[in-house]
Ligand binder design. Sequence first.
Ligand SMILES: [Ca+2]
Ligand SMILES: [Ca+2]
Length: 392
Amino acid sequence: MCGGVLTGLSGVISSPGYPQDYSNNAECSWTIHVSNTSVVTLVFLDFQLENNEGCNFDFVALFDGPTVTHPHLGKYCGTDKPPNTITTANQLMFVFKSDFNIGGRGFKAYYYSGECQQVLSAVSGNFSSPHFPNIYPNNINCHWSITLEAGYRIKLFFPVVDLEGRNSLSDECDYDSVSVYDGDSQADALIGRWCGRERPPSLISKGNKLLVVLSTDRNEAHRGFTASYLGVVPVNVSCTRSEFTILIPQQSLPQLDRESIYLGNPTCAAQLTTSSYKILAQFVNCGTASQKHRNITMLVNKLYIDFSDGKQQNVQEYKVQCDALRKVASASIISAEERRLEEQAQQADSDSSGYAAAPEPEAHDLSDIVFISICVLAVILMVIAIVWLVLL
Ligand SMILES: [Ca+2]
Ligand SMILES: [Ca+2]
């Protein structure tokens, strides 16, 4: 319990006897050794040691390598949780010492190798369970945390989930599971937990952070999962009977030129105001189309935000729509997956008919129907009146 060599993809280190008080005169050292291409991340969950300035009595000391001769990463005591620590190479030395009196609850920390722990901050990305598509290791607890700029929300998909199934007795994901939390820690709200071949629906965060945790038990492993996410830009859209107004806070997209943000086509690019990217677009311009659903006319277009750099093509698409009668507008991101389905559907359409489908004849407006009904009623009343007059 006190010290050793740790080689798993992830693991726990805690003080002797934790959560009971640690003993006096303890001296423990752990060496964490992960695969050559990886680094070690250390995250403290709990920390309470005797405090003194300089941490000379009881302390935890971390080194960027396998021995105490390697560079010091930090020395900690008291009750402030040490910050998350990431090594530069694949080994970490963890030393705990206590003196002859006064103790505390001690500490509990998780470590992860790079394959099992990732902090993602790009506006979109992918990740997968360790060793995917080969089977994942047993006894792991891996964390992927996505943190984007304030204002963003995160849409998350799981194209593949293949884990050990539910416990048939409890019907819960007791063995292996992937869990998603609406924040940056497991103390935040749990959005869901899945196992077996249950594919989670696409999820969206309330804020700008999401945490995905894979935990596996001591036996039976499958292929694991793949996940992809998109940062949803805060798009504020409003409309009148004739035009869209789209506003995006400039701080959400500081790295972009205004030409990278456009409605329908690049000629309808955003203007840069003091704090926002702004698009003011008449429905007759920019390729806005009118669609009817159950007698409601929706004006529909696509907003493009082009994040592409020299290396990678990355264009986000948002469906922008306006109910012009009620002047209610909305914007929602279209994921790559949804776009693929849409393209497939279009492909299938053109394959089957050989020409573009003719637009559906438009149903009459409710107002048209009411008007015609009134006319018919007026005619009937007139006929009755004439008949009545003649009979008199
Ligand atoms: Ca002490
Ligand atoms: Ca298992």
